[in-house]
Design a protein around this ligand. Sequence first.
Ligand SMILES: [Ca+2]
Ligand SMILES: [Ca+2]
Length: 290
Amino acid sequence: MTSGRRRKPLARGLLIGTLCAPLLALATPAAANHPVYVEGNCFGPGAGDAATGLRQSPVTPGTCGDYDGDGRIGRAEDRDGDNNYGSINAALTAIAQNGRVVIVASGTFPEVVKLAPTAGGNVSLEAAEGVDANIDAVVQGDPGNTARSAAPGIIIDGCGQCRVTVRNVMTRNWTDGVRVLGRSHVHLDELRAENNIDYGVHVMGRAKVSISNSQINATGFRADAEGPDQPDPGVGVFYEGRSKGSIHRSSVTGSALAGVASDDGAAGTIRLKLVQLFDNSTNFATSQRW
Ligand SMILES: [Ca+2]
Ligand SMILES: [Ca+2]
């Protein structure tokens, strides 16, 4: 854990900062123990059936997910030069994919979130307790819905020496709720993946992904105004290639095809404990025999 080792008393930190300013200027933009915040948002204007799309700035200060009370949310919050952001990807860029991003107010985030640490970087993305952070491909009336519906919601592509943690977020209406690539090392905790058409969690390559306290439900079931979409294949959690995984205290239900499945290379390297598998066409499958 780097945070404990790096934490220093303020006075000492200031002294070091004074003496070593040239060195600090060469450091990464945000050290691993300097979190940045993501604010929320709300729908509107109007209410109920009249509500359309995400609200834009300005909003009444302190409302509609405006955590810092400046009346700005979304892109305006991304651009105002402070340490709060209105979108998740802007915050990840601010920490240079090395550090902690905390979503501090409830909102819907229609963006393909990319977690891609390099060179030993470590990223944690989480919503604070009680915050509903919905990473959703579909927002009523938004012109980007079709393109987003054909993309994964959270893409994790880390290096072999990098570690990624994602906690307490929802991902819905994508092809894959979460797609993990390469040699990533990932922990997914309190993840809620629903109504993703192809996979809830899709682990590829040689990635290692543990999942705990999570619900992956209704994979392969998604509909728009023209009717239900066709799943391909509609698997809750799929460990593909030579990936490895462990799932603990989680629920995988209502998948169109398999609940938890592994590829030939991943077969035998998947560990399940206290996992609810129910109402999937096939609850558990190996070698893609679903
Ligand atoms: Ca704000
Ligand atoms: Ca800002």
